[in-house]
Design a protein around this ligand. Structure first.
Ligand code: ZN
Ligand code: MN
Length: 498
């Protein structure tokens, strides 16, 4: 390509605090009656005074730490002025020159994406359009919103999607946001431009600055409602800009909206100049002065994050990185997996505490979790939290295979039943009579009967046709409803055939 693709993202994350950012209204407004969660503060009535929500501030700092940001000891809120009907005060309380978090980074698929800043602000109301009218719902107004601004370090639409997904994963691990794009609790705007190589000063893949002023304009894309549409919209926009350059047409700096149904971006407004928001310090809220000891306390509340977990699973459990990524997709799944590993390690020496588990056993758990468990979860669209099987129950099922009580084929059948009913493996095996037949006398009887009934294959084996043996084993398994111990069947068959 003749151009470098330069992408920067702004990710807005709604925090799931109990109350809103600056008032006592409940912040759980999903599907609530419009304008039922409002008060003079979040309606922006004259004279109403905001009070900062401490929980939101703590969560904002947590996000900053998780994004490897520097937390500023002195921070403040500022007023950002602009006129739009969903912003009744005529300004949004946001942060300008002293945000809570600056200079972070996030590793995405091996490359480091810089995080310029991460600041806390209040969400706006929401315009709802019907045939005749535009209505305003202020339930969303004043919900705490974390804005994470990336450096223009992203080089492809796919990388942009991965970066946004990683932020979603991290805030969910932190438990500070649902970060659901469909519900709007995670919203992404993208800036994209194509630049001739050399116009940017790049070191180790990071943009350090602009070499001269002859830069191509950037375009901002809004209205992307899924991770897939982030990737599609950027791919479309890069191609559109490329074609304009090829035709030597002029590209203007503007804001464009992604139209999902048509798969195109359309011009919303030109942005020839940076708007003047007339930022100034919010006079109704005193500035923050944080002690380092306060940051230390918050640091301790941060759980193990996805990258650390992947690393630990790689080292402690000898999982491949790809495998570790799959089982750490959510914190809940990682806990489930690890619960099963620990329970399985204890089945051998019951009552002992977990200290070591063989890697083949971890692999077996991994196969069951990524296969049987996740397949059902995806097929039936049940959240993991509602799954009836517990990690300990899976461990018990695998232990039954180890003890030779059931075969792995039967185990899958048992697991399907466990998933449906939540019953223990042992109980299902007993009730359904699925116990593996390891009784030599009983199996020998079955082997003899199959030999008597199949003279042709037996004769074939005698002249060296080995595949006939497989047929006989199949018949024996059929006769025992798949419950015969395969090793034993093989041994007895050898003996009986002489
Ligand atoms: Zn309110
Ligand atoms: Mn913002």
């Amino acid at each position: 390509m003749k151009y470098d693709v330069i992408i920067g993202l702004e990710v807005h994350v709604q925090l799931k605090t109990k109350s809103k950012m600056f008032c006592r209204c409940s912040a759980s407004v999903w599907k609530a009656q419009p304008n039922s969660h409002t008060c003079p503060v979040c309606l922006g009535l004259p004279g109403a005074l905001p009070v900062a929500n401490e929980e939101a501030v703590r969560e904002a700092l947590k996000i900053g730490l998780a994004l490897n940001c520097q937390l500023l000891n002195r921070a403040k809120f500022d007023r950002k002025h602009y006129f739009y009907p969903d912003l009744s005060k005529g300004y949004q309380i946001s942060q300008y020159d002293l945000p809570f978090c600056v200079n972070g980074w996030l590793e995405v698929d091996g490359s480091r994406i810089g995080v310029t800043r991460s600041h806390l602000e209040e969400d706006t109301g929401k315009l709802v359009h019907d045939d005749k009218n535009s209505l305003i719902d202020f339930n969303r107004s004043g919900i705490p919103l974390m804005e994470v601004v990336s450096e223009p370090d992203i080089r492809s639409p796919q990388e942009a999607r991965l970066y946004a997904q990683k932020i979603q994963q991290i805030v969910r691990y932190l438990g500070v946001s649902d970060a659901d794009m469909e519900r709007g609790s995670l919203r992404v705007d993208a800036n994209v431009s194509l630049q001739k190589p050399g116009k940017w000063k790049v070191e180790d893949g990071k943009v350090l600055g602009v070499v001269n002023n002859e830069l191509n304009p950037k375009v901002e894309i809004k209205n992307m409602n899924s991770f897939r549409s982030i990737e599609r919209a950027l791919t479309y926009e890069i191609e559109r800009q490329l074609q304009l350059f090829e035709k030597e047409e002029k590209l203007s700096q503007e804001t464009r909206g992604w139209v999902e149904a048509k798969g195109i971006t359309v011009k919303q407004r030109s942005k020839e100049f940076a708007p003047d928001y007339r930022y100034f310090p919010e006079p109704d809220l005193p500035p923050f002065v944080f002690k380092n000891s306060y940051f230390e306390v918050i640091k301790k509340e941060i759980p193990e994050l996805p990258d650390q977990k992947i690393n630990r699973f790689y080292h402690d459990y000898a999982l491949e990185i790809k495998e570790a990524e799959i089982v750490t997709a959510t914190k809940e799944l990682a806990d489930w997996f690890e619960g099963a590993v620990k329970a399985y390690a204890q089945t051998e020496k019951e009552g002992t505490t977990y200290d070591h588990i063989d890697s083949w056993k971890v692999k077996l758990i991994y196969n069951w979790v990524s296969g049987e468990l996740l397949r059902r979860i995806n097929e039936l669209q049940v959240p993991l939290g509602e799954v009836k099987v517990t990690p300990a129950q899976l461990a018990e099922l695998l232990y039954l295979i180890d003890k030779g009580e059931i075969s792995s084929t039967i185990a899958k059948e048992v697991f399907a039943e466990m998933f449906k009913t939540g019953l223990d493996a042992k109980k299902i095996v007993e009730e359904k009579g699925l116990k593996q037949v390891s009784d030599e006398i009983q199996l020998r009887e079955a082997v003899r009967e199959v030999i008597n009934l199949n003279p042709k294959p037996v004769a074939d084996i005698a002249v060296g046709k080995k595949e006939a043996k497989g047929f006989l084993i199949g018949q024996i398994m059929k006769m025992t409803s798949g419950r015969a111990n395969p090793g034993l069947v093989n041994k007895i068959l050898e003996e009986e055939l002489g």
